[in-house]
Unconditional design. Structure first.
Length: 118
């Protein structure tokens, strides 16, 4: 069993920055594909960024060049550095982990609110 706990959300002005963290309990973090999703009010949950077991990354077009996903296997933590934030980035951000080996499992964090507003 793995638990994911997000932190780092809050209120920031347009153009500002935030860094989200997702700490994973349990073992085997280094064989998980880790994602950040977000969900704005009235919208479906969307994939924002992904980092694979090998460290490859991928981003939604809307955040490319502004957001950076990274991980620290020693700390069982994945990060999302968000720069040049826009009001449309306002959403609840969720950490998601999917085990890349059998048995396949996936886990969600509880979410952290990010609000971009002046």
């Amino acid at each position: 069993q793995v638990q994911l706990v997000e932190s780092g959300g809050g209120l920031v002005q347009p153009g500002g920055s935030l860094r989200l963290s997702c700490a994973a309990s349990g073992s085997g973090f280094n064989i998980y594909v880790m994602d950040w999703y977000r969900q704005a009010p009235g919208e479906t949950r969307e994939l924002v960024a992904r980092i694979t077991v090998g460290g490859s990354t991928d981003y939604a077009d809307s955040v490319k060049g502004r957001f950076t996903i990274s991980k620290d296997n020693a700390k069982n933590t994945v990060y999302l550095q968000m720069n040049s934030l826009k009001p449309e980035d306002t959403a609840v951000y969720y950490c998601h982990g999917k085990r890349a080996a059998l048995p396949l499992r996936d886990y969600w964090g509880q979410g952290t609110q990010v609000t971009v507003s002046s």
